[in-house]
Each structure stands twice: as C-alpha cells, then as structure tokens.
Write a protein that binds this ligand. Structure first.
Ligand code: BT5
Length: 252
C-alpha cells in the first residue's frame, strides 16, 4: 500500500478472503514469521472477543487484522500494548475521518457512544520473556448493518460520518501510528503514552463497574496510573488500581 510508511509493521503481510479468526492464524505462525507481520482478512467466520465472546466480522466492510509483535519487555507489561493499539486506532480515525473517538478502557473504541472497534491482545510467554504478542484489531469501517443484538451498541465509521473510505487507507494509518507509538512505548515507557490514554479516555471521570480478577468493583474511574492501570475510587474512598478487567461505564 502506498499509504504505509512503516519500517517493520506490515512489511510482511498476509491477506485472506475468509478465515476463522486472524488471531488464530497469527498464533499458528507467530514463531516462524518476522516481528511486525500482519494478517488481514476480508471476513472472519469465528471472530473472537475477550472471555470467549464473539466478534461479528462481516464480509468486506471492516478491518479484521492481527499484528504479531515480539517485544523485549516483561510479560506483565504486555497489557500496555492494548493501550498502544487503542491510541493508534483513535489517532488513525482522527487522521482519516476528522472525528474524535474515545477509548473505553481497556480495549473498546467508542464513537458517539457506540462501539466502533475492539482490540484483543493475546500472548505467549515464559516466566520472564515474551515469545510473541498478537494484537487483534477489529474496526467497523463501511459496515451498514449489525445483527439485532448489537443495535444501539455497535456502529461503523460509515454510519457515524456518512463517508465511505478505502479500508487500505485506514489500515495503513493504524499501522503507521501503531509503529510510532509502539517504538515510543518501548523506548520511553508507558509514561510517554499515558497523557494520550488519559486525554482519549471515555472512562475517566465516570461511574463504572469492573469485573476484575479481584472481584466486582464499583466506583469512579479517576485516572490511569504510570503502569497503565485504571485507578478506581470506591464510595468508601478507597483507591484501587486495576490492571485488566471488564468494565461497564454508566450511561454507555
Ligand atoms: C473485543 O472483545 O472487543 C475484541 C474484538 C477483537 C476483534 C478482532 S478482529 C481481528 C482479530 N481476530 C479475532 O478473532 N479477533 C480480533 P470484547 O471486549 O470481549 O467485546 C466483544 C463484544 O463486542 C461482543 O460480546 C458484542 O457485544 C460486541 N461486538 C461483537 N461484534 C461487534 C462488532 N463488529 N462491532 C461492535 N461490537 C461488537
């Protein structure tokens, strides 16, 4: 693609018409392909969300892709890569559509209160070393309808902006931004991207409920800390840092 200006992300690129899930193929080949390999499919028959949920991936209307990364970081830090990907998608949507989307921590991109993109980060690691990380990104680009159960919850860039764009352009912009923020994160740490994560968060300042490993937590999301954890203040005034979890935001 003439739009792609990266050094390594997307240089090796696999395109499929139909696949079960780009994250599944990514897992199968990750050990044998270069860092930055990208898999893109026109259609997924078993697109996956988190916690066994499914991701609707209709034919030809979205960006269904997985990026294989081999970062030299600690396994517990890999969770930050979801944030790196999320800000990259937000920046790309801004560049291509001139609209501001927001991040519902940790992995949803929201436009006009509806979900336009989801991110699924998976990893293979040993005790103190990562073998590979797979960042799965699903963006509803030109999709013009959703199944009944997603009505009011899901949307596409086309439905919100009324403009249809070449998916290649948005894909390239996501990958260009991803390489930039990924490099910045590796070189300078989470603190470098933290202000952007905070600025683009739709979660901070709102009443939320989190289903985390620690159990169910209700409170107000106050900030994202230097490690990328969401800081929640309970009504008893206790502050808790949550590394990962399933968040519902009141009013969303
Ligand atoms: C996610 O999970 O949001 C992660 C989605 C990742 C999808 C990409 S596509 C490329 C790669 N290959 C894969 O197989 N997956 C990745 P989660 O936070 O668990 O949200 C899942 C929920 O989002 C579902 O239970 C639905 O409620 C909703 N949903 C499903 N399909 C959607 C869609 N196309 N647009 C918006 N919302 C959707």
């Amino acid at each position: 693609s003439p739009y792609l200006t990266t050094d390594f992300i997307g240089k090796n690129y696999i395109h499929k018409l139909v696949i079960d899930s780009t994250n599944n193929l990514a897992k199968e080949i990750a050990s044998n392909v270069p860092d930055g390999t990208v898999i893109i499919a026109e259609e997924q028959t078993a697109g996956r969300g988190r916690l066994g949920r499914s991701w609707i991936s209709q034919k030809g209307c979205g960006i269904w892709m997985s990026i294989i990364l081999k970062p030299n970081i600690q396994p517990q830090e890999a969770i930050n890569l979801t944030q790196v990907a999320a800000i990259s998608v937000v920046k790309a949507i801004e560049e291509v559509f001139h609209v501001e989307s927001k991040i519902k921590w940790p992995n949803d991109i929201i436009l006009n209160n509806k979900k336009v993109c989801g991110i699924l980060t998976e990893m293979s690691s040993e005790i103190d070393k990562i073998n590979y990380v797979i960042i799965g990104i699903g963006v509803n680009v030109n999709c013009d309808n959703f199944p009944e159960e997603l009505k009011g919850k899901a949307t596409s860039l086309y439905l919100e902006t009324n403009s249809k764009v070449d998916r290649k352009k948005l894909t390239a912009s996501i990958l260009n931004n991803l390489e930039f923020y990924y490099n910045a994160y590796l070189q300078k740490g989470f603190v470098y991207i933290r202000p952007i994560c905070i600025e683009k968060s739709i979660t901070i300042g709102r009443q939320i409920k989190v289903i985390a490993n620690e159990g169910e937590i209700e409170g107000k999301a106050v900030t994202i800390d230097n490690n990328g954890s969401l800081v929640v203040e309970t009504k008893e005034g206790k502050r808790l840092s949550i590394m990962s979890g399933d968040v519902s935001v009141r009013g969303l």
